[in-house]
Ligand binder design. Structure first.
Ligand code: ZN
Length: 195
């Protein structure tokens, strides 16, 4: 069954060890931020630093694992039809729009959509780590200059993950103009039993 995340919103759900999660960009050029917690102990969570260290790569895609702050595998990436994801930048937050977009008005954000959906699981805003930013196209030059470019994902592109432990997962349809080539679109996902 395909589940739909409306534009500029998010969800959280349980994913059992061995289940697969398929995150789909239905229209193209739409980022989805994902965070993961150990369902048995929410102090264990997805870690950008551990993942980049153990996978020895800045670009995380098919064949890579997502690691926790306790140096354990949380997910394996089985398939990635687009191949470009980001694991450097924090989820967009209200301050992102105030500081980087010079927009003092209320603006939906991945950070708010993550922590509000994770609250029923006992997870607080300060617990939200750097997200794995599916389909996000962050480019970096040799001297380290970063730029957030339009996603390269086309309609129907997807990433397929397999849970390596019981997880609380949260996903968004990202709310930042620059990350999504100026328009906000939905994200689809499916939970598939192990096979
Ligand atoms: Zn975002």
């Amino acid at each position: 069954m395909v589940n739909k995340i409306e534009k500029q919103s998010g969800v959280a759900f349980i994913l059992k060890k061995g289940q697969k999660l398929k995150v789909i960009d239905p229209l193209g050029e739409q980022v989805s931020d994902m965070v993961l917690f150990n369902a048995e102990d929410i102090r264990e969570k997805i870690s950008s630093g551990k993942t980049l260290d153990f996978e020895e790569n800045l670009l995380i895609t098919k064949g890579n694992f997502l690691w926790s702050n306790r140096s354990r595998k949380m997910m394996e990436i089985l398939e990635d039809t687009n191949g470009r994801n980001d694991f450097l930048l924090a989820p967009c937050s209200p301050e992102t729009f105030q500081i980087m977009y010079k927009n003092p008005a209320y603006h939906p954000s991945c950070f708010e959509n993550l922590y509000t959906n994770l609250a029923p699981h006992g997870i607080e805003p300060d617990d939200v780590p750097t997200a794995f930013n599916i389909f996000m196209n962050v480019q970096f030059s040799q001297n380290g200059k970063l730029s957030v470019d339009p996603p390269q994902s086309k309609a129907g592109d997807y990433v397929l993950f397999e849970a390596q432990m019981d997880l609380i997962a949260a996903l968004t349809a990202c709310s930042a103009e620059d990350s999504n080539n100026g328009s906000f679109k939905p994200i689809h996902y499916e939970i598939l039993e192990g096979f």
